[in-house]
Design a protein around this ligand. Structure first.
Ligand code: AMP
Ligand code: ZN
Length: 675
């Protein structure tokens, strides 16, 4: 593996682990800022080296997972962006300085419109001739989920715009949120009914929006604030500034958040932000995670445009609150081993309240940092928690060391805590890893991947259940799943006869999954769902694939040398081959009907691809389209047959809309070429 590939793999793992800790285990380890920095690094790497993209990359997770839901997709008429952050006055000044580089004196000329940053779920409402026709989540920015039926249940949201002057087609953007009171009352009701209570208003708002049944959504206390609009193409609007826009939204019957302010200078903005943080915040009936500062005149906003990626406007920035810091004692440093064997240290703290949340765990980044900061177990440490997020240890408070009861220096482990193998450190990496491919700590991840929806899809085998089976010593690698019997399972705590029976049936049923799912499930590096299908359909059986050379594999459209060598390397490994053999012995299907690449499906079609596609790299997408007879060009014209859009799409999407060129997403492209 090249350095870049290794780094990407490390980033993927670190990000996924952080998400799992945050969302699943409810014991976050990275701060938002750390998560963002790693995320951006991975995204940039993948942009520069599209071959490093994998189907399980956390960069595909921006917003909701568009691909995997019961909700229909909705392509936003104009993409929905995000905001960059300023955590203090200086960072806000930096933002202004770069704005002035682009727009000169115009940047400050009209002053700033300052608003609350509502901590909810972003929402785009499409009104046609004044009537609400669609409500959609942000999704990946270009394509969200259609939640219209649910949105219609939100009493705050006008089904028909009031007043007049609205363009015939407009998207009104804003935030769906819950008030603290509504949230609490809902939880009281749920507790009474014996239902689980929700953790915070934001997540429950987002969850309520995505309900299958709108009558469930209707029972949740959802509210809405509008703050932006988007109109495809050119339209004359009845306002020239952000401030007037908000006034106009209010006139149209759209709720607008309180405490907005027009500030003539950046100094005024600073004062507003401080007042918001120290005074207004406490009096609000709903959660905010800061303020948003916007250049007031819309023409200047247009002049400023967006940053290179197209995601973040230069004319607006989130002014986040200063992080909250507290002191507490470092009780222990735990070590966790991830799927690729990376060892991560984590601080166990004496529980401490920071910004309204009790914090027990915090991230320690890596072992170097522990040494650099001379962090010792038993130290009093400073812990930071910025806004909604994952706490981190800033460092020890050496003055508070107790001479009579000195803290104990911590040494990075020499051995893997799970399997005892001596750890290694790759050149140029801070991470320490367990090099043992068979380390038990890795089995969990391996099994979870194997049983997942896109892979063998074994229903009823949740992460907890896999953990339980592993701990009971009943399974290790994926092949061992197929030895499980009803009797053995039924003897486990929390698992009755009925579930045992269902589980065995589900495992049994997975034996007939096609080869492509098995290949994906095996977790061969770089082999995502699409690549697995290409391989299975070309080679037809696992044996033929195992016998293939890199050249044979590279012969497939859409597969490059790095994937090819990763596949041959995987099959060259004796233990991997043994695993495949064991699976075959258990009767797991190892075949899939061969299928010629769908030559000609796009014969003669002129295609343009723009933005970051969810699973395919740019080259990969181009090769697939060309393999099916299409012609991929760079710019959209009226001769273009269709535009394939991904996240961060820019002017090409606008142009396609303007010219009436058909716009499709990656899934549709794959469908058209028969995948
Ligand atoms: P982030 O998700 O942290 O990148 O912040 C961007 C998000 O802030 C947007 O997608 C909106 O959903 C949300 N937001 C909340 N209030 C506002 C506001 N007044 N103006 C713009 N965006 C806002
Ligand atoms: Zn190990």
């Amino acid at each position: 593996m090249s350095d870049k590939a290794a780094r990407a793999a490390w980033l993927r793992e670190a990000l996924e682990q952080a998400s799992r800790e945050y969302y699943v285990l409810d014991r976050p380890s990275l701060s938002d800022a750390e998560y963002d920095a790693l995320f951006r690094e991975l995204r940039d790497l993948e942009r520069t080296y599209p071959e490093l993209r994998t189907a399980d990359s956390p960069t595909l997770r921006i917003g909701a997972e568009v691909g995997e839901s019961h909700l229909a997709k909705y392509a936003h008429l104009v993409p929905m962006g995000s905001l960059s952050n300023a955590f203090n006055d200086e960072e806000l000044e930096d933002w202004a300085a770069s704005g002035r580089d682009v727009a000169g004196a115009d940047f400050d000329a009209s002053g700033f419109c300052c608003e609350l940053k509502i901590d909810g779920a972003s929402m785009s409402l499409t009104y046609k001739n004044g009537v609400l026709i669609t409500g959609a989540t942000r999704g990946n920015g270009s394509v969200g989920e259609d939640v219209t039926a649910n949105v219609r249940t939100i009493r705050d949201i006008p089904l028909r715009l009031a007043g007049k002057g609205w363009p015939p087609l407009i998207e009104i953007r804003g935030e769906v949120y819950m008030t603290f009171d509504g949230f609490e009352a809902m939880n009281v009701e749920r507790a009474k009914a014996g239902e689980p209570v929700f953790a915070n208003p934001r997540n429950s708002a987002a969850g309520a929006l995505r309900q299958k049944d709108p009558s469930v959504t209707a029972k949740r206390p959802l509210r809405f604030f509008g703050y932006a609009y988007a109109v495809p193409g050119v339209a004359s609007l009845p306002f020239n500034t952000q401030w007037e826009l908000l006034d106009t939204l209010a006139r149209w019957g759209v709720p607008v958040a309180p405490h907005r302010a027009r500030c003539a200078t950046l100094a005024d903005v600073h004062a507003w932000a401080h007042a918001l943080e120290t005074t207004h915040r406490a009096s609000l009936a709903f959660a905010i995670d800061g303020g948003v500062v916007k250049v007031n005149v819309l023409a200047t906003q247009a002049e400023l445009g967006s940053t290179a990626g197209g995601r973040e406007p230069r004319w607006a920035i989130a002014r986040k609150f200063a992080p909250d810091v507290a002191e507490t004692r470092l009780v222990n440093i735990e070590i966790q081993v991830g799927r690729t064997g990376v060892l991560t240290p984590r601080a166990v703290l004496e529980p401490v309240e920071i910004g309204g949340t009790t914090v027990t765990y915090a991230t320690l980044h890596n072992f170097d940092l522990i040494a650099e900061k001379d962090l010792r177990i038993g130290d009093v440490v400073q812990v930071k928690r910025a806004g909604e997020v994952i706490p981190q240890v800033l460092g020890p408070v050496p003055d508070k060391r107790d001479a009579a009861n000195p803290p104990v220096p911590f040494r990075a482990p020499k051995k893997c805590p799970e399997c005892g193998t001596a750890v290694v450190r790759l050149a140029g990496e801070v991470a320490i890893r367990c090099p043992n491919d068979r380390c038990p700590a890795r089995h969990l991840e391996e099994l979870i991947h194997f049983t997942a929806r896109g892979a063998m899809d074994i229903r009823g085998l949740s992460e907890q259940r896999v953990r339980q089976l592993l701990e009971a010593g009943l399974i290790s690698d994926p092949a061992t799943l197929y030895s499980l019997t009803e009797d053995v399972l039924a003897a486990l705590p929390r698992l009755g006869d009925k579930s045992a029976q269902q589980l065995v049936a589900a495992i049994d049923a997975s034996k007939s999954q096609p080869l492509s799912r098995l290949l994906f499930g095996l977790g061969i590096p770089d082999v995502g769902e699409e690549t697995a299908k290409l391989l299975a359909r070309r080679f037809g059986t696992a044996n033929e694939l195992a016998a293939a050379t890199s050249d044979d594999i590279e012969g497939i459209h859409g597969i490059g040398p790095s994937i090819a060598s990763s596949v041959t390397a995987w099959f060259a490994d004796a233990e991997n081959r043994a695993l495949v053999k064991a699976l075959a012995r258990h009767g797991v299907n190892m075949t899939e009907p061969r299928r010629a690449e769908s030559e000609g499906a796009l014969l003669g079609k002129k295609i343009v691809i723009t933005g970051t596609l969810p699973t395919l790299g740019r080259t990969e997408a181009k090769e697939l389209a060309e393999g099916a007879g299409g012609k991929v060009t760079d710019s959209v014209s009226k001769n273009t047959d269709f535009l394939v859009v991904g996240a961060d799409a820019g002017s090409k999407l606008d142009k396609a809309h303007a010219l009436g060129v058909e716009v499709i997403d990656e899934a549709e492209l794959l469908r058209r070429i028969g995948r």
